[in-house]
Design a protein around this ligand. Sequence first.
Ligand SMILES: CC(C)(COP(=O)(O)OP(=O)(O)OC[C@H]1O[C@@H](n2cnc3c(N)ncnc32)[C@H](O)[C@@H]1OP(=O)(O)O)[C@@H](O)C(=O)NCCC(=O)NCCS
Length: 206
Amino acid sequence: MFRYLIELIKKYHNKNILRAHKKFLLLNCVVGKNFCKSPAYKDTEMQLLNVKIVNKTGDKNKIRFGSYCNVTVNIFLNEKGSITVGDYVYMNSVHMRIDHNLKIGSHYLFGPNIKLWDTKNHPLSSSERHRQCEYIAHHGFVDSYQAGGGDINIGDDVWIGMDSIILGGVTIGNGSVIASGSIVTKSIPENVLAAGVPAKVIRMID
Ligand SMILES: CC(C)(COP(=O)(O)OP(=O)(O)OC[C@H]1O[C@@H](n2cnc3c(N)ncnc32)[C@H](O)[C@@H]1OP(=O)(O)O)[C@@H](O)C(=O)NCCC(=O)NCCS
């Protein structure tokens, strides 16, 4: 009886957390049909808790997911950025820090622990970094828009292997595969396998 009561309270508690989380998510992004409802997840409802979004633009339309997307993702979108994701996209523990515009096509697979980071944040010069450390301590973070970076464009039917990093100003062409552990610093054409640090084209894919 006591155990039954605990289970009931837990269920009620989880439902409340989920309801609040869903509400918060839908204030911060726009999702298409069947968002995070794949039967691959045991508890499709609770799966939504793995979608974490900080949207600094103040406009939910700046983050758009298409239909049938199943994602576990941690997004930080800065004030002037935007994120557009196509249909049938799968992301497994992906982290994004986006200051510019990120566009991801459809039918897309992201392996675990991928990072998309489109801003440079800190200067290479040691004296400027020295000043920046003190600035951060006294005034908060610097305006990353002054640091450069650029849009990321990822085509359709792309697969990115686990633990890869995609940097700003990069395009990945339709149909390409990025092997696990790669760091993509320059654009990759369509229908190729690219690998390594920095990622280089290894061969064409049929
Ligand atoms: C994409 C992938 C499947 C390609 O495998 P493949 O077709 O068998 O590729 P090959 O073994 O023919 O490799 C071709 C060349 O690329 C190199 N290569 C393959 N993967 C590499 C990697 N991750 N980093 C660097 N080089 C790599 C190989 O050493 C080989 O070099 P060589 O020609 O000098 O011998 C594989 O690289 C990969 O990333 N696997 C992990 C996928 C993953 O992340 N899964 C998680 C679930 S989404």
